[in-house]
Design a protein around this ligand. Sequence first.
Ligand SMILES: [Zn+2]
Length: 113
Amino acid sequence: MVREHTVEAKRFYNSAKWKRVRKNYIESPEIAGLCEHCLKQGLYERGYILDHIIEINIDNINDTNITLNPDNFQFLCLSHHNRKTFSKTDKSSTQEGYGFNFKGEYVPLSEID
Ligand SMILES: [Zn+2]
């Protein structure tokens, strides 16, 4: 089940659609490549990971209202992303300490650069 989801998720994160939507979102004037949570605190920190507010899982991976909807995006620095990942109790989405790098590869967060 987890492996299945990983394959599906990998396919999604490698899709041209996602890459285009992701790029447009990050490069929009409101975000300009900065972490949204830091911005709210008046800090200018480079963002790292485009996060889905409603996490992608096996049930919604094909629902573009979730996966490709900018209303469901937040661009986060690594520290804010980790804070979110480590504080959540539902581990169905991604394994703790793992994430997707910019190439859509599923790797330990420590290897993401
Ligand atoms: Zn931040």
